[in-house]
Ligand binder design. Sequence first.
Ligand SMILES: Nc1nc2c(ncn2[C@@H]2O[C@H](COP(=O)(O)OP(=O)(O)O[C@H]3O[C@H](CO)[C@@H](O)[C@H](O)[C@@H]3O)[C@@H](O)[C@H]2O)c(=O)[nH]1
Ligand SMILES: [Mg+2]
Length: 194
Amino acid sequence: MHETAERIRVIESQVLSDDWYLLKKTTFDFLRADGSWQRQHRETYDRGNGATLLLYNRQQRSVVLIRQFRFPAFVNGHHGMLIEAPAGLLDQATPEQRIRAEVEEETGYRLGVVSKVFEAFMSPGSVTEKLFFFMAEYDAASRVGAGGGIAAEGEDIEVLELPFEQAMAMIDRGEIADGKTIMLLQYAALNVFC
Ligand SMILES: Nc1nc2c(ncn2[C@@H]2O[C@H](COP(=O)(O)OP(=O)(O)O[C@H]3O[C@H](CO)[C@@H](O)[C@H](O)[C@@H]3O)[C@@H](O)[C@H]2O)c(=O)[nH]1
Ligand SMILES: [Mg+2]
């Protein structure tokens, strides 16, 4: 089998929208497994890459999550208040630099040791973003501020400290319905609270 790059010939790329994020439509030829070339068109939504982190306290068996309004979830029939692990876009920073700043901004907790656990494409059919996943322990002393995010950017973030078992039960009841958050809680179930 050929390297993927040898199977793709980009014909043209058109910017459909370049406002907050970048939406492009690209026409390319794709070398199929049977050796024939097929012309395809795909739209890609580019917001850059991001990072997310689960704050946990092993001894207390607790985690810290945030709750915020998500308009795209609202327009898809959800009430919109999503419970999530803190996350943010990288801008020009490294994933670890960015997640340290983002967690402190959103939750008020200052991180000590941070461990990267995996990287994942969350919607690879349409969104270019790769998300970097981290874990870090917290305790009461690591809370240096109130969190809440940046009000001027429209963020209005509530910080929730929950028993780990309660967070897992909230997945079962559909009260936690964010992919990255479910992935991190399940990672914690397999590797931290086992
Ligand atoms: N004006 C404007 N602001 C926007 C828009 N979209 C997002 N924002 C603002 O841009 C900021 C982005 O905040 P971050 O904390 O960096 O990102 P996030 O929204 O928490 O999460 C993003 O990254 C996660 C991790 O990569 C993703 O999981 C998530 O889907 C999202 O893209 C927030 O203040 C948000 O309100 C928009 O279309 N217009
Ligand atoms: Mg965020």
